[in-house]
Design a binder for this molecule. Structure first.
Ligand code: SF4
Ligand code: SF4
Length: 88
């Protein structure tokens, strides 16, 4: 699933750059949609606004998710598992 870029930072002398904060992630949250009750708590707590509700399901944008695990910690149904990022 493709998301539009939401995070830009005016750094560097040559103009505005897009920061994909997902580039430094070592763990990736994975939602178990069988357990998810669609409460939206993960959406509210994500510090980089990487969780969106699309067609009734909460989905994670891995372009910006930095793997902090807050969503997994706060999910009341333990529906988010943190998996080791491949290649790290
Ligand atoms: S916090 Fe957990 S149960 Fe609630 S919407 Fe997110 S994944 Fe689903
Ligand atoms: S791991 Fe952190 S950055 Fe990634 S979706 Fe969960 S709360 Fe957001």
């Amino acid at each position: 699933m493709k998301f539009k870029s939401k995070y830009i930072a005016p750094i560097g002398a040559d103009g505005i750059h897009v920061l994909n904060t997902g580039d430094w992630r070592t763990q990736r949250p994975v939602i178990d949609h069988e357990k998810c009750i669609k409460c939206g708590i993960c959406f509210l707590y994500c510090p980089v606004n990487s969780i969106n509700k699309i067609e009734g399901e909460f989905v994670i944008s891995y372009d910006y998710c930095k793997g902090c695990g807050i969503c997994a910690h706060e999910c009341p149904k333990k529906a988010i598992n943190m998996a080791v990022e491949e290649g790290k």
